[in-house]
Design a binder for this molecule. Structure first.
Ligand code: FES
Ligand code: FES
Length: 440
């Protein structure tokens, strides 16, 4: 906090830092603070501020403690797996898209933010913190942990977006808790409002202490449409959002009530074993200097500044297999494996690769001796424009290392966001073929 007060740039996930035009003369890597943990303490789920969204998707503790809702919200809020492997929970809550599903999920999970301050830590319920995070962080505060008390029995998240990968026009998160046959607690939050996501308390009260019959749920959905102050912008009118709210709220309430009755968590697409554990911070503080890493089995030394990306460092030393596409973490064409984990190298600072192992497509195989994955991609014609093929092959390699016998759903999950030509059918078939050939 003292360093931050002196103007040192804190680095969490880094996804917003690199997307901004901010000057980065130096970096203080917050991952070194050991706040990337998930624990259960006295029946509360305690999540460190720098835990990544992907770690939350994969954590065996988070899933039951949130009736599946927080993993589902993280999975939905960031369509790219590589970005989820970097973006942190605190970053998403503080700087995330105002329509982000993670904030809506934290609201209905009654999360509490623990904010470290120079004097003493403060606790702020999500209802207050998310309304204006800057108010609680004023005076040099840093989010330390997010606590989620007692698991709800059911949860649901519904959204409407122009494309699955785009921010929602409108989304609704609901949690339900039963006492016997009746709902003892209902939490309902919506995005797409004027301002940040908010709970609609009148609708919650309408359903609480009832058995959740359909008529009551319909009235609650109408209540949301009536009480919500929906946003009017270029993407949708307030009226369109209001109509969407009625439909999505009813759907979310029905699912959360049904799941709550059956004590069944929301379903989240994920792999059986994670591929995305982030390494500890190699250099806690960095301004500029020489980095040393292992790329494709060879030692590489290169000069870097605080803001140099891994992509620029690789391409600057003649390794062109990682492609420069959007430069903003959206297309996946720059994907490489950092210690076996797929990362968007355009959004990964070079300093985070210090002392680590990087694999690019050049290290996988050659034209004369292609790797099995390269061979099956070629045989299956799993290439359209070809720009993303290195990324798809490396994504597949990380998958097969973690899950040698993936299902089709797992292959699709692992490859999501790595190709912008769409048409994942042939790459998916190629990866399944590679897995079956390896297993023979
Ligand atoms: Fe890195 Fe597009 S995601 S270039
Ligand atoms: Fe064209 Fe994937 S981006 S084949």
């Amino acid at each position: 906090m003292e360093l931050a007060a002196q103007g040192v740039v804190p680095l969490g996930g880094g996804t917003r830092l690199l997307a901004s035009a901010r000057e980065v003369p130096n970096l203080l890597d917050l991952v070194g603070l050991g706040l990337s943990t998930v624990q259960v303490e006295d029946e509360d789920l305690v999540i460190g501020a720098t835990t990544t969204l992907q770690d939350l998707v994969e954590s065996p503790l988070v899933y039951p403690a949130t009736a599946g809702l927080l993993p589902l919200a993280c999975r939905t809020a960031a369509a790219s797996r590589t970005i989820r492997g970097m973006a942190t929970l605190a970053g998403e809550a503080v700087q995330g898209d105002p329509d982000g599903e993670v904030a809506a999920a934290l609201l209905v999970l009654n999360a509490v933010f623990v904010v470290a301050h120079p004097q003493e830590p403060r606790e702020s319920p999500a209802l207050r913190f998310l309304r204006d995070p800057s108010a609680d962080l004023e005076g040099g505060g840093v989010v330390q942990t997010v606590m989620i008390p007692g698991a709800p029995h059911g949860a649901a998240l519904e959204r409407a977006a122009a494309l699955p990968s785009l921010p929602p026009l409108m989304s609704v998160a609901v949690t339900t808790t039963f006492s016997g046959e009746r709902l003892s607690r209902v939490r309902l939050a919506v995005t797409g409002l004027e301002g940040r996501p908010a709970r609609i308390i009148e609708a919650e009260a309408h359903v609480e202490r009832t058995a959740g019959d359909d008529e009551v749920l319909r009235e609650a959905a109408e209540c949301v449409a009536r009480e919500g102050r929906f946003r009017e912008d270029a993407r949708a009118s307030a009226d369109q959002r209001r109509k969407l709210a009625t439909v999505l709220t009813l759907r979310a309430l029905r699912s959360a009530v049904e799941r709550g009755k059956r004590r069944e968590p929301a379903q989240v697409p994920r792999l059986r074993s994670p591929t995305s554990r982030r390494a500890a911070a190699p250099l806690p503080y960095f301004t500029s200097g020489r980095l040393e890493l292992k790329v494709n089995g060879r030692k590489l030394r290169a000069e870097a500044e605080a803001r140099t990306t891994l992509l620029d460092l690789l391409r600057g030393t003649g390794i062109f297999g990682a492609k420069s596409g959007c430069g903003a973490g959206r297309c996946g064409a720059c994907t490489v494996l950092l210690d076996g984990r797929p990362v968007a190298s355009c959004m990964t600072l070079a300093v985070r690769a210090q002392g680590q192992t990087v694999l690019t497509i050049e290290g996988l195989g050659t034209s004369e001796r292609p790797h099995l994955l390269q061979k099956v991609f070629a045989d299956a014609g799993a290439v359209q424009c070809g720009f993303c093929t290195p990324a798809l092959v490396l994504g597949a390699r990380a998958l097969l290392d973690a899950v040698p016998d993936p299902t089709e759903e797992e292959v699709r999950e692992a490859l999501t966001g790595l190709c912008r030509c769409t048409g994942y059918a042939k790459p998916t078939a190629a990866v399944i073929e590679a897995a079956s050939r390896r297993g023979r």
